[in-house]
Design a protein around this ligand. Sequence first.
Ligand SMILES: CC(C)(COP(=O)(O)OP(=O)(O)OC[C@H]1O[C@@H](n2cnc3c(N)ncnc32)[C@H](O)[C@@H]1OP(=O)(O)O)[C@@H](O)C(=O)NCCC(=O)NCCS
Length: 219
Amino acid sequence: MVQPLLLVGAGGLAREVLAAVRSHPAPPWRVLGFLDDDPDRHGRVVDGVPVLGPVDAVHDHPDAAVVLCTASTRDQASRRRIEQRLGLPPERYGTVVHAGASVAAGTGIGPGSVLLAGVVVSAPQRIGRHVVAMPHVLVTHDDEIGDHVTMAGRVCLSGSVTVGEGAYLGAGALVREGLRVGAWSLVGMGSVVLGDVPDGEVWVGNPARRLRRTEVRLV
Ligand SMILES: CC(C)(COP(=O)(O)OP(=O)(O)OC[C@H]1O[C@@H](n2cnc3c(N)ncnc32)[C@H](O)[C@@H]1OP(=O)(O)O)[C@@H](O)C(=O)NCCC(=O)NCCS
């Protein structure tokens, strides 16, 4: 059965998720439209799909699956806040894996998570809900990816890395094996993480060092 699908957000990530749905020759979803709280976007057509209205319009489409397509280093908790605000049951959320991703059989991917083109998950493991893995992220054996984590393009996790809830790993960041990247932390692009990153801190550079605390709006 082909289910209707709503993409929450109408920016770059939402367009990438649309492309991931379209990468399948026979997608399980028909994308109804984007929902975005920016009124300037309402009525526009993006990549052939209309921006139907504000985010709360998900409630007008009870049969539609939903994917939260927001991600920003300036607002790491946006998907968590939208999830809380909408109060939808987990089964309303779609899990989108690009046809060009390679995910080990037996991997558990939580509701609402998105794996874009070229993502590799090389051994079965658990990936949380509302996780975003951008193109060419590499997740190896025994990693644990918490809920609401964002991994930008080409992030590479060595084995047995734990990524806490809501952490954001910038493009191309590398994490050495066995480490923990703390909840709601932020790792700068191109950083090389050689030690545990505490919760709620920004770490940058090679080797990565503390820059400041993160500013995360959870509610
Ligand atoms: C980490 C980050 C959020 C810091 O942003 P910021 O708080 O605005 O920091 P600033 O740009 O003011 O830089 C502060 C200092 O950190 C350094 N710095 C910032 N990002 C760095 C990085 N990724 N690696 C090394 N040093 C970095 C700056 O050079 C500056 O150093 P200085 O004080 O000696 O001049 C940002 O640089 C970053 O890496 N964002 C991730 C981008 C990304 O991956 N986007 C993916 C989109 S798909």
